[in-house]
Design a protein around this ligand. Structure first.
Ligand code: 5AD
Ligand code: SF4
Length: 530
C-alpha cells in the first residue's frame, strides 16, 4: 500500500543549510543572512496522490538538513502504517512539525505556527497535532501539560513509535516519547524522498553529537553520537544512484568522527561495485572485482573509508558531506577527497570564532592557530577546495579584539560563503550554566553586520577569481529567474547559471561550463561542451 520513494522538486532549503540556492545566500541590504524563506515548507511526494490511505499527514520541517532528512524517515515509518503525506493542511488528519532548537528565533517561529494549528484544531476537532525533533526533546511533555498546544510529542530517536503514539492520541491519551537512544540510527529505514529535485539526496550517516560546544543545544536534543551501519549507507547511496540520483550528501553533526565497527555476524555483506583502487579499503577481504560480494572483516570503518566506499559506487555519483569539525577532519579524509574525482572539493569547516580565548570558552578544542594550520593543510592537499564556515558573533565576554580576530581569520581562510549568527543563549547549555550572556544585543548585531559585510566581499572576490575558469557542472534544474537557463553547481558547491543554448542536456547531466561573469552569490557561465 505504501508508495515507493518518489521524487519532486524543488530542493529543500534550510535555516543553516550548506547549499545556498541560486541568488539566495545572503542579501546585505535586507540583512537576510541566508535563505529562511522556505523554512517550514510543507512537502509530500506527490502534489495530489490518488492512493487511498487510512489517514493523511502533513509535515513541516524547520532547522538543519538532518531535520529534513529525518522528516523523510518519519514519512517512511508512517507510510508503512497506511498514512499518506499531503501538502495541503486542509486535507490532513495529522499535522506534524519537525522542529529546531538551535536558536531562540527558530523556536519562536515554531511556537507561532503551533498557535495557528491550534486555531485550526478548534474548527476541526478530530485533527491531531504532533511536535517532532529538537524542540520536542528539549521541552518534553511541557507542550502537553503547560502549553496544551499539541497532542503528540516525539524526540528524534523515537520516530519508530510514532504510529503507536498516534493511536494513543486518537484514544485521548498523552502521547509522548522523548527517550534518547545510544543505538538508533534508522539504518534499515529507506526514507521516502519527500521534496527532492531527483538529482541530489541527503543520506544520514550518524546521529547525535558528543562535542559539547558550550553554546550548542544539539548534544542535549539529539543525544550521544552513533554511527550508522556502513553497509546500509552504501546500499542506500547505490539505490539512489540506480534510481537516477547523481549526488548524495552524507550528513551528520560531525561526520569526521564517523566510526563504525562492523559486527561479525555471518551473512553480513557489502557489495563492491567498482574495486580498482583499494588503498583505504583494507576492510574488504581481498579481490575486489567488479560486482563481487565481499564480507566485512571485523575492522572499524572510518569516515575516510566510508567516503571511498561511497565514491566507488560510480564515478558519475557526486559525493558531498557535512558538517566537518576542524578538530576531527584528518589527512586521510583530505587524501581520499583528492584521490576521487567524484568526491566534491568542498568542505564546510565551521570556525565559530577567530579568537583563541573565545574558542576555549566555546569548548571548540582548537586554537586560532590550529584552525589556520588546518585551512593551510586543505589548501596544500586540495588546492582547488571550496571552504565555508559558521560564525557566531557576540558570544559571552567577546570584546572588540576578539571580534577583530574573527574578521581576520575570515580573511585568512577566504571563505567562499558562511552562515553567520549572533549568539543566542540556549537554556541548559554549558554556556548558559557557566557564563553570562553579557554582550548587548546591539553590539552582537553590529558585529554580525561587520561579519556579513566582510563575507560579502570575500564571496564576491572568490567568485571573481573563477572568471575565465572551466568547471564540470551537474545540472540541477532550470534557473529560477530564467527558464532559458540551467542552474547547477561546481564541485566547490558554487551555484552556476548558464544559457541552455538549444542543447539537448537535461537535469542530472554533467556539462562543462566556462565562467564569464559573477555576482556575489552566483557564477554566470556558458556551455563549453555541446
Ligand atoms: N547561538 C547562535 N548560533 C548557534 N549555533 C549553534 N548554537 C548557536 C547559538 N546558541 C550555530 C553554530 C553552528 C550552527 C549550526 O549554528 O554556528 O555551527
Ligand atoms: Fe553543536 Fe558543536 Fe556538536 Fe556542532 S559540533 S552540533 S556546534 S555541539
Amino acid at each position: 500500500m505504501a508508495p515507493g520513494p518518489v521524487i519532486l522538486s524543488p530542493i529543500p532549503a534550510f535555516l543553516y543549510l550548506c547549499r545556498p540556492n541560486e541568488y539566495e545566500m545572503f542579501d546585505l541590504k535586507e540583512s537576510k543572512i541566508q535563505d529562511e524563506d522556505r523554512q517550514g515548507e510543507a512537502y509530500a511526494p506527490f502534489a495530489s496522490d490518488p492512493s487511498v490511505y487510512r489517514k493523511k499527514f502533513y509535515i513541516e520541517s524547520y532547522g538543519c538538513q538532518m531535520n529534513f532528512a529525518d522528516s523523510e524517515i518519519v514519512a517512511s515509518i508512517l507510510n508503512k502504517e497506511g498514512f499518506g503525506a499531503t501538502r495541503n493542511l486542509e486535507d490532513a488528519d495529522l499535522i506534524f512539525v519537525n522542529t529546531c532548537s538551535i536558536r531562540e528565533k527558530a523556536e519562536q517561529t515554531v511556537r507561532k505556527r503551533l498557535t495557528e494549528f491550534r486555531k485550526l484544531k478548534k474548527k476541526r476537532p478530530g485533527t491531531l497535532v504532533g511536535v517532532l525533533g529538537c524542540m520536542a526533546e528539549r521541552l518534553k511533555s511541557k507542550f502537553l501539560e503547560e502549553e496544551r498546544l499539541v497532542d503528540i510529542v516525539v524526540g528524534p530517536d523515537a520516530y519508530r513509535t510514532l504510529p503507536t503514539l498516534v493511536t494513543e492520541a486518537e484514544g485521548g491519551q498523552r502521547a509522548v516519547n522523548v527517550l534518547l537512544s545510544r543505538e538508533e540510527t534508522y539504518a534499515d529505514i529507506s526514507p521516502v524522498r519527500l521534496n527532492s529535485n531527483g538529482i541530489s539526496a541527503f543520506v544520514s550517516i550518524m546521529r547525535g553529537c558528543n562535542n559539547m560546544c558550550s553554546f550548542c543545544v544539539v548534544p542535549f536534543t539529539r543525544g550521544r553520537e552513533r554511527s550508522r551501519d556502513a553497509g546500509s549507507i552504501v546500499n542506500e547511496c547505490r539505490d539512489l544512484f540506480e534510481s537516477g540520483y547523481k549526488e548524495v550528501t552524507l550528513l551528520g553533526q560531525n561526520v569526521d568522527s564517523y566510526y563504525f565497527q562492523p559486527d561479525t555476524l555471518p551473512g553480513r555483506h557489502l557489495e563492491v561495485v567498482n574495486g580498482e583502487d583499494r588503498q583505504d579499503q583494507e576492510i574488504l577481504i581481498s579481490g575486489g572485482e567488479s560486482g563481487r560480494k565481499e564480507e566485512f572483516e571485523d575492522r572499524p570503518i572510518t569516515f575516510a573509508m566510508l567516503l571511498a566506499m561511497v565514491a566507488e559506487i560510480s564515478p558519475l555519483l557526486r559525493i558531498r558531506f557535512s558538517t566537518s569539525h576542524p578538530k576531527d577532519i584528518t589527512d586521510d579524509v583530505l587524501h581520499t577527497m583528492a584521490r576521487f574525482n567524484n568526491i566534491c572539493k568542498y568542505i564546510h569547516l565551521p570556525v565559530q570564532s577567530g579568537s583563541s580565548r573565545i574558542l576555549q570558552l566555546m569548548n571548540r578544542t582548537y586554537t586560532r592557530e590550529w584552525y589556520m594550520a588546518k585551512v593551510q593543510r586543505i589548501r596544500e592537499l586540495i588546492p582547488d577546495c571550496g571552504i565555508s564556515s559558521d560564525i557566531i558573533t557576540g558570544f559571552c565576554t567577546e570584546n572588540e579584539e576578539d571580534h577583530k580576530d574573527t574578521l581576520n581569520i575570515m580573511e585568512y581562510s577566504r571563505y567562499d560563503f558562511s552562515y553567520m549568527f549572533f549568539y543566542s543563549e540556549r537554556p541548559g547549555t554549558l554556556a548558559h550554566r557557566r557564563y553570562k550572556d553579557d554582550v548587548p544585543e546591539e553590539i552582537k548585531k553590529k558585529r554580525l553586520q561587520d561579519v556579513i559585510e566582510l563575507q560579502g566581499k570575500l564571496s564576491y572576490q572568490s567568485n571573481k577569481n573563477d572568471i575565465g575558469k572551466i568547471f564540470e557542472v551537474l545540472i540541477e534544474g532550470e534557473s529560477k529567474k530564467d527558464n532559458n537557463k540551467w542552474m547547477g553547481r561546481t564541485s566547490q558547491n558554487k551555484v552556476i547559471v548558464f544559457p541552455r543554448d538549444n542543447s539537448n542536456y537535461t537535469k542530472g547531466d554533467y556539462v562543462t561550463v566556462k565562467v564569464k561573469d559573477c555576482t556575489q552569490a552566483t557564477l554566470l557561465g556558458e556551455l563549453v561542451s555541446k
